[in-house]
Design a binder for this molecule. Sequence first.
Ligand code: ATR
Length: 286
Amino acid sequence: MPVGGKTKVAGVMGWPVEHSLSPRLHGFWLAEHGIDGVFVPLPVKPENFADALRALPKLGFVGASVTLPHKEAALALADEVDAQARRIGAVNTLIVRPDGGVLGRNTDAFGFMESLRESAPRWRADAGAAVVLGAGGAARAVVAALLEAGVSEIRVVNRTVERARELARAMAPATKGAVVARPWAERAAALAGAALVVNTTSLGMQGQPPLDLDLAPLPATATVADIVYAPLETPLLKAARARGLAGVDGLGMLLHQGRPAFAAWFGIEPQVTPALRAAVLADRAG
Ligand code: ATR
């Protein structure tokens, strides 16, 4: 649809932002639904982020996605922040309210859970413990999602064990579920009896070393999820497949986290389909 005077505008704020898949994601949905809207990359340096956020309502934007390194600044600067974003400690979606205020949300936990349910439909929250590798922002979103789903034991394994302890302290009080920290050296042992393992570290990403993890202690019914999506099949997912375990790639989380954002900005609930996956991946290959 051609851009006109009434075209709704949203974008993704990041630094750098060239590699963001969000313009392709939201652009696909805008075209699919014939919506008079555009979604543009917004390269915003850290020192300009506060001005850029405050400019969104002044420029008539409907909102914006927020990516590295701005997610924590967005939490501090939004006029209103939902409970999930506060708990995770980061905002990935900004929505301009009718009164011109900016609402901050975090849709990463939603995105992770929807992707898990889609790609591993046999996984159940009460099937056993979950192991989360890593303790950064992505780990907090995954732990929040698992607690909300009713997982009763989450083992957070991190190279810097103190960060895992901090995460456990921050997440545990509001829930019945137990979040426990484990040192990196015990990562294989932590898999014993687990129903789910999730890699939220950057290990296995293009240009990074693979995640060195022996999956042997995992039960045969376990599910293995990776939030890394470049490559789509990480060495971890390859090893899981070799053992016959269910695998969940990182692209699903990226696509599903966009759904509530798109719905808030453009008023239509979009779907994650094979055509969307193909379009987003084609963009990356090209
Ligand atoms: P994000 O917010 O995207 O999750 P992050 O805060 O940089 O990113 O977290 C990256 C995660 O990958 C951390 O858990 C990090 O471990 P530390 O907390 O010890 O830094 C983990 N990570 C990165 N490189 C690693 C490596 N070589 N070995 C083990 N863990 C690694």
